[in-house]
Design a protein around this ligand. Structure first.
Ligand code: ARG
Length: 266
């Protein structure tokens, strides 16, 4: 019978076996406890100054994206109603909300998606009292062409469920989750025509969270330019396994958003 190891080799072989077992287990263990690799948001990392220059922080504790020089696209659940509203302050142009170079502009009008009652249709436009110059806008998706793949999420919301709001913009990437999987996760609560889901269903760990609402979920288009495909809307907790993040499906509302923007003067 063939001996596998001589006596002096045996301890070394044991070490090698232990190392091999550890090497195999380590990545799986790391995956279950640590955020997925990738660029708050839960499981995120700091965005660089200027990386997502269209990002807007709203004073009621929501996010948004600059749609035009004086319009911010956000979530309907972040605002009360359509009408004159001078109570919201938008902070723009910085990743650090306490930066002295932050641009701060008041709102003068809010347009909440018509028919919004809490299920679907979760979008709104906030008109700024002065147009913002020197910042790029984030174009919205007008077709479903980009409603799949890997998305970037960003915001100043909680970095852990029930955690505090963030001073510095956080970012992460999350994969598309199809409507069937998402609707099953949420026992039929999804409004598939109005909502698009994203996240790591099996592991959790990366997600938007409270305070990220209204902010954009976006990806690169065929020219490599960012395009907004989702608006942070809701989820069960944050980054829990089995529960993807739910976003307003921008492509569904693109025409309505453009028409509302035109009616608001730009
Ligand atoms: N509704 C939350 C807000 O107002 C956003 C929740 C997003 N949750 C999630 N698990 N993706 O900020």
């Amino acid at each position: 019978m063939k001996k596998w190891f001589t006596s002096w080799q045996r301890p070394m072989a044991l070490v090698a076996i232990l190392l091999a077992v550890f090497a195999v287990q380590a990545p799986a263990h790391a995956q279950s406890t640590a955020p997925q690799p990738g660029p708050s948001v839960v499981g995120g990392t700091r965005a660089a100054q200027g990386e997502f220059p269209f990002m807007v922080r709203l004073s009621m504790g929501c996010g948004g994206a600059l749609y035009s020089a004086d319009l911010v696209l956000t979530a309907a659940h972040c605002v009360d109603r359509t009408g004159t509203n001078t109570s919201i302050t938008a902070t723009l142009g910085v990743v650090d909300l306490q930066s002295s170079s932050a641009i701060k502009v008041r709102s003068n009008y809010v347009y909440q998606a018509p028919g919004y009652t809490g299920a679907g249709k979760d979008w709104a436009l906030i008109r700024l009292a002065q147009p913002v110059t020197g910042l790029p806008t984030l174009p919205i998706a007008h077709t479903t062409a980009y409603d799949s793949g890997t998305f970037t999420i960003a915001g100043w919301g909680s970095a852990v469920e029930n955690g505090p709001q963030q001073r510095y913009l956080l970012k992460a990437t999350v994969p598309f989750v199809n409507d069937t999987t998402c609707n099953n996760a949420y026992s039929g609560e999804l409004v598939p025509s109005d909502e698009i889901c994203a996240g790591y269903v099996s592991t959790g760990g990366v997600d938007t969270c409270q305070g990220d609402s209204g902010g954009p979920m976006f990806r690169a288009d065929s020219s490599g330019e960012w395009v907004e495909v989702g608006i942070v809307s809701w989820g069960n907790g944050c980054a829990r396994p089995g529960y993807p993040g739910v976003y307003s499906q921008v492509s569904t509302f693109a025409s309505a958003i453009d028409a509302a923007a035109a009616s608001l003067g730009g």
